[in-house]
Design a protein around this ligand. Structure first.
Ligand code: PLP
Length: 406
């Protein structure tokens, strides 16, 4: 495959830095992605030359900032196949997007005895807001299980969808197992039963083309910082008819139509859900990230990352005592693993000494860890800026770790 990874790496200034006097091998993109210069420059340029608050001033600078901010809404809509920019709500991150749905849609739609279905492989962000909602409403949270290879047990999930199920919330891609869920198949099951669906796209949107129309969900949530954009800007996509019927979440400036002490009326979606001054520069940066990614092509990104996954799986499988956690057929470039006799935190520390950044811990997925019977795992996650040589360094460092602890 012709993919000029060295050229791409030059777009990311941090990848040229050294850690522990070695070239940084950044293998923790699933936690947060590094930023290309195009994003860093777009933010700097916005603050240097275009900054003002939005949706307020009549002066040219504010009108220009507003135009740029709203242009990103259109850009995001295009990027994920949304029909209408009014379906894009800017939030801080995927966590806030999911909480928004739980607090607004959930408060209005979930009642006593209703059921919310999630899966064992969810990140805490797609568990805790639903637990909190279920507790407020005396509703019930039900959990779909996974197979041994880390794929979702779709038949068991389907058996949980009953007359009281109001919401099915599940991840597009698992941040631990790497499993890519068959989203369209699952949302079709829910749609046939009139069940609303929310897809946690935090790990889905950065790693391949996403088209919400063909995914068939009602809500899709993601974070800009995992999409090679800045932290502070995330997205909730929702069908406009659903969003527009939802009650406000936060009250304040910018989300109103008219305020009086006799009563207040609210703006329509998406403004209804964007009270107060947003992280304007981060939204601008997110727009630049999308432009950058589309310049490379999401399909090219997915192909390169898949090649890295294949290489990593092969090479890691040869390390004696290493077990990969999550071997589903449909898998993103995330490899969690354990090494006999070595705690994942010790793996992380030894690798850090080699300039290799990986994640170790429960990955904000404690129920999954409990299901797997593991307190923690190590996890290497790859992006299109990673190379096979970095994976080879990872493998060599793991061999060294094993020898150290033998
Ligand atoms: N969902 C998944 C699958 C994730 O991996 C993460 C972050 O790791 C989140 C949700 C939460 O993302 P954020 O912390 O950006 O809100």
């Amino acid at each position: 495959m012709s993919f000029d990874v060295e050229r791409i790496r030059r777009d990311f200034p941090i990848l040229a830095t050294k850690m522990r006097e070695r070239p940084l091998a950044y293998l923790d993109t699933a936690a947060s992605a590094q930023k290309p210069k195009a994003v860093i420059d777009a933010i700097s340029d916005f603050y240097s030359s275009h900054y003002a608050n939005i949706h307020r001033g009549v002066y040219q600078l504010s009108a220009e900032a507003t135009r740029r901010y709203d242009a990103v809404r259109k850009r995001v809509a295009q990027f994920i196949g949304a029909r209408d920019p009014r379906e894009i709500v800017f939030v801080r991150n995927a966590t806030e997007a999911i909480n928004l749905v739980a607090r607004s849609w959930g408060e209005a739609q979930i009642g006593k005895g209703d059921e919310i279905v999630v899966t064992t492989m969810e990140h805490h962000a797609n568990i805790v807001p639903w637990q909190m909602l279920a507790a407020r409403k005396e509703a019930r949270l039900r959990v779909a299980s996974i197979h041994e290879d880390g794929s979702l047990d779709v038949a068991q999930l389907e058996s949980l969808l009953g007359p009281r199920t109001r919401l099915l919330a599940f991840t597009h891609v698992s941040n631990v197992l790497g499993t890519i869920n068959p989203v369209a198949e699952i949302t079709a099951m829910a749609r046939a039963r009139g069940i609303t669906t929310l897809v946690d796209g935090a790990q889905g949107v950065p790693h391949g083309p996403v088209d919400v129309a063909s995914l068939g969900c009602d809500f899709y949530a993601f974070s800009g910082h995992k999409l090679f954009g800045p932290s502070g800007a995330g997205v909730l996509w929702g069908r406009h008819a659903i969003l527009d019927a939802m009650p406000p979440f936060l009250g304040g400036g910018d989300m109103i139509e008219r305020v009086s002490f006799k009563g207040t009326t609210y703006a329509r979606a998406p403004e209804r859900f964007e009270a107060g001054t947003p992280d304007i520069a981060s939204v601008i940066g997110l727009g630049a990230a999308i432009d950058y990614l589309e310049g490379i092509g999401m399909a090219n990104i997915a192909a390169w990352e898949h090649a890295l996954l294949v290489h990593a799986t092969e090479a890691l499988s040869k390390v004696p005592g290493l077990r990969i956690i999550g071997t589903a057929k449909e898998k993103a470039a995330v490899v969690a693993f354990v090494l006999d006799g070595v705690h994942p935190h010790d793996i992380g520390t030894v690798l850090d000494g080699e300039g290799i950044a990986i994640r170790a811990g429960h990955h904000c997925a404690q129920p999954l860890m409990e299901h797997l019977g593991l307190p923690a795992t190590a996890r290497a996650s790859f992006a299109f800026y990673n190379t096979p040589a970095e994976i080879d360094r990872l493998v060599a460092a793991l061999e060294k770790t094993r020898d150290l602890f033998a």
